[in-house]
Design a protein around this ligand. Sequence first.
Ligand SMILES: NC(=O)C1=CN([C@@H]2O[C@H](COP(=O)(O)OP(=O)(O)OC[C@H]3O[C@@H](n4cnc5c(N)ncnc54)[C@H](O)[C@@H]3O)[C@@H](O)[C@H]2O)C=CC1
Ligand SMILES: O=C(CO)COP(=O)(O)O
Length: 334
Amino acid sequence: MAGKITVMGAGSWGTAFAKVLADAGTEVVLWARRRDVSEGITETGQNRDYLPGVALPAPLTSTSDPRLALDGADAVVLAVPSQTLRNNLTAWRALLPRGATLVSLAKGVELGTLKRMSEVVVDVACVPDDQVAVVSGPNLAKEIAEEQPTATVIACRDHDRAVALQQACTTGYFRPYTITDVVGCELGGACKNVIALSCGMADGLGFGANTLATLMTRGLAETSRLGAALGADPMTFAGLAGLGDLVASCSSPLSRNRTFGARLGRGETMAQAQAAVGGQVAEGVKSCSSIRELAMRHGVEMPITEVVHRVCHDGFDLTEMAGQLIGRKTRPER
Ligand SMILES: NC(=O)C1=CN([C@@H]2O[C@H](COP(=O)(O)OP(=O)(O)OC[C@H]3O[C@@H](n4cnc5c(N)ncnc54)[C@H](O)[C@@H]3O)[C@@H](O)[C@H]2O)C=CC1
Ligand SMILES: O=C(CO)COP(=O)(O)O
């Protein structure tokens, strides 16, 4: 993808992904919602709010003016939280260059509509679905900003667009693969946030590796069931956007979702856990409700998601979580 790529959203992943693009030799502009953030990036070469200590490459420029940012972009990377994407994109719709690939980095399912992020993009931008790509995988922003090696998946129904984006973000430390299964790629990313919350809760309660492995494995099983109901390729869940991302988030203290869950597990309230993540987003806290509802609509059983939803939103006593899950009626594994 020769030309310019604009990243809309200068949180931790938007900033780290913009760095990846610049390191790959792509012309990149990073839009920040707050002017002080874009000015800080321009003046110091760092995003001190979200990735302090990380030197951003000089060719990366930043602005808080969406018109300037989007002008002439060949691809627009959407790096805002799932639940604000619709409003953000509505505000930018008239500025989107015709034909540009629209790329979602967000991992969530919209409350109310129960739409995946690529569906929200199609809705708002009024573009065909093969113009929309999603990026998902074991991609903890801080590690990528430190140039620790990792891989990811770019999913797009239009293979050529996926390959163009792949070329634009391949570096010595970042290896993107392409797939055409957008549904599976998005569900893997959205659902793992909920499972990471459950692993954090288990860790906070003092449970060890067996419990975490059980939650990850059965979490992937319920994600795959939902995927099957929505037409995803089952193999996607065995790949980077499924198992890969799940393992990274469920085992790393860098995961905001896992950390949020661990705080609850240690007895903090929702308000305390929310305050601790600061301006950052723990997507699973909201998506546990939309994913649960999506599963119910399709007659899919997602017991871990159900429990996480009840703990976060229905006042369910977290210490009852293990009994609730382990005490379910016994059944064959598959
Ligand atoms: N941080 C990470 O390691 C990764 C994050 N993601 C996903 O990327 C998406 C963005 O997350 P992060 O970059 O981590 O963000 P963040 O949690 O670091 O920061 C939040 C960002 O969203 C912006 N924001 C908050 N409310 C907004 C609004 N109403 N309108 C516009 N912007 C708003 C903030 O200004 C900030 O740029 C999320 O869906 C997340 O799940 C995906 C892979 C890795
Ligand atoms: O999606 C992520 C890593 O791939 C980041 O996870 P958290 O949002 O839980 O930090």
